[in-house]
Design a protein around this ligand. Structure first.
Ligand SMILES: [Ca+2]
Ligand SMILES: [Ca+2]
Length: 244
């Protein structure tokens, strides 16, 4: 089948559900291996941290938030809509746990505390695109402030900044645009962050001093530019373990 025809169903799907276009780093934009993580097959409570936890070539690592109460390092885990174990990372419509993820599963951390996140890749892997969805940001600002900034920054192997995607929300809470279930696409409550460029080896998600601590994450996608080194050492068991 011609490549254009093969892509048609994907394009149609994206056109039909613009608010939930899942993979911002689309397969068509990838010159090499494409990855998309919906988290739908990851049971709630499963740690998402460490190389191979959710994808053989991706490592998610929580980083202490420097401005106030930080959650326990290493505690980021898969969450499910309507399920408050291991935690309701956020509540929608009052106290409904983890509502309006894309599908029913994503990941997050405990309420009331904040974690920054580092995303890195297996040895030898760099990416040309990285994207992640943040949900339910902006309906709670317990630390005050009038400017609320969330930044996704991509670095290359020389630690130079390749690209940034910045969300700035001004003023107080907004219970509509800040809620995962009522936010329109690109509003703070349902915001896809995407960074693109050449030779990205580290991506950092950081919160300023005045964030909404109760938010969740979903829909990680990335384009690998290069294959991992030492693939012969990667056993099937290790790969399979990443999907349990
Ligand atoms: Ca999901
Ligand atoms: Ca929130």
């Amino acid at each position: 089948m011609p490549r254009a025809l093969a892509l048609l169903p994907l394009l149609l799907t994206a056109a039909l559900v613009p608010s939930r276009a899942a993979a911002q780093c689309s397969p068509a934009a990838c010159s090499s291996t494409h990855a998309y993580l919906s988290f739908e097959s990851v049971a709630p409570g499963t740690s998402v941290e460490g190389l191979g936890a959710v994808h053989p070539d991706l490592s998610i690592a929580s980083v202490a938030w420097p401005f106030g109460p930080t959650c326990t390092l290493g505690s980021a885990a898969a969450i499910e809509e309507g399920v408050s174990t291991p935690f309701a990372a956020y509540g929608t419509a009052g106290s409904f746990a983890n509502g309006c993820l894309n599908g029913i599963r994503g990941f997050g951390d405990s309420q009331g505390c904040v974690l920054d996140y580092d995303f890195t890749f297996a040895p030898g892997v760099s990416v040309s695109c990285f994207s992640i969805r943040m949900l339910d940001y902006g309906d709670l600002f317990p630390f005050g402030g009038t400017t609320h900034t969330v930044t996704l920054t991509a670095y290359n192997a020389s630690n130079a900044v390749v690209s940034t995607d910045v969300l700035t929300m001004l003023g107080g809470v907004d219970l509509v645009t800040g809620d995962a279930c009522t936010a329109q696409a690109s509003e703070p409550g349902n915001r896809l962050f995407t960074v693109t460029g050449t030779g990205i080896t580290t991506v950092k998600l950081t919160f300023d001093a005045f964030p909404d601590p109760n938010c969740g994450f979903d829909d990680i996608s990335f384009c690998e530019e290069s294959a991992p080194t030492g693939t012969a050492k990667r056993t099937w068991g290790a790969v399979k373990g990443g999907y349990r």
